[in-house]
Design a protein around this ligand. Structure first.
Ligand code: ADP
Ligand code: ZN
Ligand code: ZN
Length: 803
């Protein structure tokens, strides 16, 4: 009987959002299994697809087409991830193919070339027969000459290897280096023949003698330092043939050159110990429970995670730990690597595609048992999961903005259920959703009320900037803030200053007519980038030169509003000329490794002040930081979002937590125009529970989450009236399906109504229990997907941003 493969083809549309049946040709029987990618005929084209199931029956009435070839020798997604992809597609109204693709490292996506390479250990016959004298042949050629089954076997025997080619060679850095060719004796002989004045050459020969016989190339940089010679000496020597000049590919291991100090488990505090005991018990008993660890900043949550992970490893289980991208600081990486060393794999955007793929393979091959990563690491192919940890569980970066619009927290819960393992959600300021679930007893609440060693929480002073304005003219610093910083300078302690990024503060405005340069495609002003000397649109990527003349009135009086932090840095330098300042924002951290470099400098006391945007609020742990200053606490409060207070409270709490973490007492100064606002007052008193109660009351009154679920529907089109018409039509379609309890907000144009030449209209549905809603939304997705130019609909379940 013919075997049939159910395949999800790589066409992201609703019409193709279901498995298609294909016959498995005789040449491929017993070789194809679910989770493998294959090439299939589709219409007039050939496409890639994922095999999601194998059956022996098809409801298709015509003759089934056959699978053309295989893309993989083994499944790239296991049973769990296949199931997860289906659930993800349904629950987020996404295309199944998008979900499957999301789970794989990008290097495995279709556009990358793949080859089969002959390994040195291979049978010589293979070299002539299959490879025809070549070292490497295209994968498709290999599979046409031999069976996938045979190749897989060869790969297992380490005779061949499958290689993915990352085509971004431009990113590869080649270094000049040398390969020793002369023996030590030859070097000495050459040295004996040198004139007395050739001191540098003598030094080089001494060095070459010391590395004689080495078979690995040595970078020039290293030679220059070790031999104390100049590049000129090296050039001359190369011409004389004292060594062989070679190009060395710079190693892209992000942690190369780091020696991570090995750390031992600490003796736990009473609160930590109780938490670890309770959770590790659940790990051991394979209990699918969720623990919400609500611990003040500095209460030692990370140590709890590490010890639970250790307990899981002892049982032969694995662990997944998610942290927000922004908190994935070298400090965090070192803490985990320091404890578990080689058993840790890292997955985050700081890695190149090649590095990510290597880490992914280490996980898949079960060489790494602990995975630490940002959002997409939630799909890491770990088996035998013993515990999943989500640090800073309230973070909005866990939610993906594009299809599939998933929240990693939901995926965590799904996977934990599949593996029957516990989940730790950790935060000093849990999301109201999670905290409310703990209230109801759905989650276990573990509270850590004290900092490690009973260090006091920092004292927070709120400065009313309305009064300051009367005193000074335009400055960003209150008298108190300045006095506090000065004091730290005298005491040789450090300060962390946060400037809430104002969104679009860096723009260009005409002082004569007030004209602001806008993006021609989007409804938003262009952002000034001093580093590239250009104006850029953050939404569509449009870029143009910085104008010298106003486009509106031709005035030359153009004013540049540089990035907030740049401006504040300049101001600070003027006020405190002796202070050494490090700036950390999008501009100074654009280059790879820059983030880490700045933090290392600060850690080494190369600076007194670290001035930055929100990115400095999380995860930093420096013992000498005794002052945290928030220059503008209000930015987030002004946003038209019901979570504005929650965000403000979270941010202030997080950033305050950077102060006084070691034995020196910490202080926090918060500048605001709304000193009486409850989010600011409660953050001042480190009162999360108080905030939770207050905010829950407001959410209840306003019918907002967690009392209601929310869905955001968006329609977009190049023509404004068509987008508007569509959203009203959708509202009319949904109304009869919804109960009286459901509330519809809008439709309205989106806050930034035009992006990339498309107009956006949106509506929000708030609901408690709507049995027919899902089906209707799925239908909307199916009915409305048109070509790229036409109407586009997106559905976002539990959106975290309404702007
Ligand atoms: P949190 O994540 O809750 O803010 P951390 O895990 O960063 O707290 O811990 C705060 C500081 O206390 C860190 O410097 C950490 O190394 C230290 N620490 C944690 N647990 C202990 C312990 N049991 N004994 C001593 N120091 C600890
Ligand atoms: Zn003008
Ligand atoms: Zn734009």
């Amino acid at each position: 009987m013919t075997q049939i493969a159910e395949v999800i083809v790589d066409v992201p549309t609703m019409q193709t959002n279901r498995p298609f049946d294909y016959a498995i040709p005789a040449s491929l029987t017993e070789q194809i299994s679910p989770g493998m990618r294959v090439v299939v005929p589709f219409g007039k084209r050939q496409l890639q697809g994922f095999v999601v199931a194998i059956t022996d029956q098809s409801s298709f009435e015509g003759t089934l087409k056959e699978i053309v070839s295989v893309v993989d020798l083994r499944p790239v997604l296991n049973h769990e991830l296949l199931q997860l992809s289906q659930w993800l597609a349904q629950s987020t109204f996404a295309f199944w193919i998008s979900c499957l693709q999301t789970m794989l490292p990008s290097v495995m996506k279709a556009s990358y070339e793949k080859t089969v390479r002959l390994e040195p250990t291979a049978d010589p016959k293979l070299a002539t027969e299959l490879f025809q004298g070549k070292q490497e042949i295209p994968f498709s050629e290999a599979t046409s000459l031999t069976s996938a089954h045979k190749l897989l076997q060869l790969q297992k025997e380490q005779q061949v290897e499958i290689v993915y080619h990352v085509n971004n060679r431009a990113h590869k850095k080649m270094l000049k280096g040398l390969l020793p060719t002369k023996s030590a004796a030859e070097c000495e002989a050459l040295k004996a023949n040198l004139t007395k004045s050739a001191k540098k050459q003598a030094l080089l020969l001494t060095y070459l003698a010391s590395v004689a016989g080495q078979t690995e190339a040595i970078a020039y940089q290293q030679v220059l330092a070790a031999a104390a010679v100049s590049r000129e000496t090296l050039r001359t020597a190369a011409k004389k043939g004292w060594f062989k000049e070679v190009a060395i590919e710079q190693y892209r291991d992000p942690y190369a050159g780091h020696t991570v100090e090995h750390t031992k488990p600490r003796v736990l505090t009473a609160e930590q110990s109780a938490a670890v005991t309770q959770i590790s018990q659940a790990v051991k008993a394979s209990e699918n429970e969720v623990y919400l660890v609500e611990g003040v900043t500095g209460s030692g949550k990370t140590e709890i995670y590490l010890q639970v992970i250790q307990d899981a490893l002892k049982l032969g289980k694995t662990a997944l730990m998610l942290v927000p991208e922004i908190a994935l600081t070298p400090q965090m990486v070192n803490r985990v690597k320091g404890r578990f060393g080689e058993r840790v794999a890292m997955l985050h955007s700081g890695l190149s595609t090649g590095e990510r793929y290597d880490e992914w393979r280490r996980i898949e091959r079960q060489e790494a048992q602990v995975v630490v990563g940002a959002r997409s690491a939630v799909f890491a192919p770990l088996s035998h999961l013993g515990v999943i940890i989500m640090d800073e569980e309230h973070e909005t970066s866990y939610k993906q903005d594009d299809m599939p619009r998933y929240n990693a927290r939901d995926v965590v819960l799904w996977r934990a259920k599949y593996h029957n393992c516990p989940v730790i959600l950790g935060s000093a300021t849990p999301s109201l959703e999670s905290r409310a679930r703990a209230q109801k007893g759905v989650y276990h609440l573990i509270r850590l009320k004290h900092r490690v060693n009973d260090r006091p929480m920092p004292e927070v002073t709120v400065v009313d900037m309305k009064n300051e304005l009367k005193k000074t003219t335009e400055g960003n610093f209150s008298e108190l803030m300045l006095a506090q910083i000065r004091q730290r300078l005298i005491r040789h302690e450090q300060s962390v200053l946060m400037l809430n990024r104002r969104g679009f503060s860096s723009f260009v405005m005409c002082r004569d007519c007030g004209f602001v340069l806008k993006c021609p495609n989007c409804d938003i002003s262009l952002t000034l980038h001093m580093d590239t000397h250009s104006m850029k649109c953050h939404y569509c990527g449009h870029e143009e030169a910085i104008p010298k003349v106003c486009a509106n009135c031709h005035s030359h009086k153009i004013r540049y509003y540089g990035t907030g932090t740049q401006k504040v840095e300049a101001e600070l330098k003027e006020l405190l000329p002796t202070a050494r300042i490090l700036r950390m924002d999008v501009d100074t951290t654009r280059r790879k490794g820059a983030h880490e470099k700045i933090l290392n400098q600060f850690g080494r006391h190369d600076a007194d002040i670290l001035l930055g945007t929100q990115m400095i609020a999380k995860g930093l742990d420096f013992p000498d930081v005794t002052l945290v200053g928030v220059l503008n606490a209000d930015t987030a409060l002004g946003l038209p979002d019901f979570r504005a207070s929650e965000r403000t409270f979270q941010l202030l709490t997080q950033v305050s937590g950077r102060a006084g973490r070691a034995d020196k007492k910490g202080e926090v100064v918060v500048q605001t125009y709304n000193p009486e606002h409850y989010a600011i007052q409660l953050a001042r008193h480190h009162d999360y529970e108080g905030f939770y109660k207050r905010e829950m009351t407001l959410r209840h009154q306003g019918n907002y989450p967690p009392y209601y679920f929310t869905i955001l529907l968006t329609a977009s089109h190049e023509e404004e009236n068509l987008a508007a018409k569509k959203i009203f039509q959708l509202m009319n379609q949904l109304k009869p399906v919804l109960s009286k309890e459901a509330i519809i907000l809008g439709p309205t144009p989106r806050a930034i109504a035009r992006v990339n030449r498309r107009y956006y209209y949106q509506m929000v549905i708030k609901y408690k229990n709507e049995p027919n809603l899902n089906a209707e939304l799925t239908k909307i997705m199916q009915d409305n997907q048109e070509t790229k130019k036409g109407i586009q609909i997106s559905i976002d379940r539990e959106p975290l941003s309404f702007i």
